[in-house]
Unconditional design. Structure first.
Length: 132
């Protein structure tokens, strides 16, 4: 039992972004307890809380990959790496917001194709003048 508690402490407290986890209850409190506040405040708190959650999801995926083979580890990484798009798509489909689903998927594809590829080209070009 103490091993589980130690692992939970590592999971919740070991990381530079984990202080932002306190934004989750703060977002709920500001949204439900203070409806007269501008809606931007709980929105900003919610956005800030996404960074540590995404980092912890990546950490869990890496830990699961350590106990599997390379193929399953890559599949887990690809699956959980797109969890945000999946959640947005499911909620938007439930609310019949089909255009939002289309634009969310388009944004994900464009960011992966342009941002990630462009960053890789930029970083590679800093070290090598000619890339193949």
């Amino acid at each position: 039992m103490t091993e589980v508690i130690n692992e939970l402490k590592i999971f919740l407290l070991d990381g530079p972004l984990n202080l932002l986890l306190f934004c989750i209850p703060a977002a709920f409190v500001t949204y439900y307890s203070y409806p007269s506040l501008p809606e931007a405040i709980p929105f900003i708190l919610s956005v800030l809380s996404l960074a540590p959650l995404a980092e912890r999801l990546g950490f869990l995926t890496e830990q699961l990959s350590l106990h599997t083979n390379e193929t399953i580890g890559g599949l887990l990484n690809a699956t959980f790496g797109n969890a945000t798009e999946l959640i947005v798509a499911i909620i938007a489909l439930y609310k019949k917001l089909y255009r939002l689903v289309q634009l969310s998927l388009l944004g994900s594809i464009l960011s992966n194709m342009l941002l990630v590829l462009g960053t890789a080209f930029l970083c590679g070009g800093m070290k090598h003048s000619t890339q193949y």
